[in-house]
Design a binder for this molecule. Structure first.
Ligand code: ASP
Length: 358
């Protein structure tokens, strides 16, 4: 069993044969890869409707980023555009649809990094900024800092004109029920429903009406990320998340920690966005180490797998997406699935969910 998971890790490249060809042929003009979180995602646990809903959502995000890159746009713009689509989509654990803290709040983390100059921006614990990824980018471009947290981060985002919303905007019944389940199983008290949330038992209205029910065993899937190579040869990475269900108030995971969940370096020829058990990804400095390995001439799939293995050895599961200057995305995971997709100037779009797909 373990052996078959390991070989899935090694073989996993969403673009299959075409991806292998990239390494020898000219790099595509542009290339984009995205993820929507890793976890226990098995074919048997998703209905055909849920499966289709996730694939369509990933395609929409991919299209948003691809449109920018196809017009000669910048990698960072594509990363932001793809992630904002997923932040707006309640299927994902980022922006609207984020998981809840044990105290019943949504606290959002995000980060971006430019490979060209190693500029980076990160935010943690946002509660009112609609697009955390835009806030992370604003920290990078419009402040002298790299990371802002909590009320100060929301206030900064508001001050640069980013849309602010009532915290209840992020509420979804699906994630609330996930919190109730997690706290009940852990024997912890369930907090009152957030102010502004629809009353318990109310029919799902609006966008939530179309939501498929949560997959079985769901705990924290749906962190989102993107890595891109643009026509100028620049790499960029971004990641956005609600963190982990029932996390302690104030907990920050790997996503906004530059070098843990997010990293990009043109010099190393690498951009990374991670998803998984954040505490372990921080300790293994997963994203930076993948880039360092690639910069030292380790093959990208071997570099990604080595870091996923290191996090697993420490006790953490998850996945990464990696973009290289060759434009061939690498996907590696120690979980049974990761929502993911890729497109490039010379390759048609591919979307996948389970660890091994044709
Ligand atoms: N890495 C995220 C965190 O620990 C969660 C996830 O990717 O599922 O906050």
């Amino acid at each position: 069993m373990m052996r078959s998971v390991r070989s899935a890790l090694i073989a996993l490249c969403i673009s299959g044969g075409a991806g292998a060809a990239h390494a020898q042929d000219a790099a595509p003009r542009w290339s984009l890869a995205i993820h929507g979180g890793a976890g226990v995602i098995e074919r048997a646990s998703l209905t055909p409707e849920q499966d289709a809903a996730y694939r369509a959502a990933l395609q929409r995000a991919l299209d948003a980023g691809s449109a920018i890159l196809g017009q000669g746009g910048q990698a960072m713009d594509a990363v932001q555009a793809a992630i904002q689509v997923m932040e707006d989509d309640p299927l994902f654990n980022a922006g609207r649809g984020a998981v809840f803290t044990a105290a019943g709040r949504n606290e959002l983390d995000a980060a971006v990094m430019n490979g060209s100059d190693l500029t980076a921006g990160a935010v943690a614990g946002l509660t009112t900024t609609r697009h955390p990824i835009a806030a992370a980018r604003a920290v990078m471009e419009r402040s002298p800092h790299v990371m802002l947290i909590g009320a100060g981060a929301d206030a900064f985002a508001a001050s640069v004109g980013l849309e602010q919303v009532d915290p209840s905007y992020f509420f979804t019944e699906r994630r609330w029920q996930g919190l109730v389940k997690a706290l009940t199983e852990a024997g912890q008290p369930v907090p009152p429903r957030p102010i502004g949330a629809p009353p318990s038992g109310a029919p799902n209205l609006g966008a939530q009406a179309a939501l498929p029910a949560p997959p079985l065993n769901e705990k924290k899937f749906g962190t989102v990320g993107a890595v891109a190579l643009d026509a100028q040869g620049h790499l960029a990475a971004g990641t956005s998340t609600g963190g982990t269900t029932a996390k302690r108030l104030g907990r920050v995971g790997d996503v906004p920690v530059i070098g843990a969940g997010t990293y990009a370096s043109n010099a190393d020829g690498c951009a990374v966005s991670a998803t998984g058990d954040g505490e372990y990804f921080i300790r293994a400095t997963v994203a930076r180490d993948i880039c360092a390995r690639i910069g030292s001439a380790t093959a990208p799939d071997a570099a990604a797998q080595a870091e996923i293995d290191e996090a697993r050895t420490l006790g953490g599961l998850g996945g990464v997406i990696v973009m290289t200057t060759a434009g061939a995305p690498v996907f590696a995971m120690s979980t049974s699935g990761m929502y993911r997709a890729a497109a490039a100037s010379d390759t048609s779009a591919r979307v996948a969910i389970y660890a091994v797909e044709d």
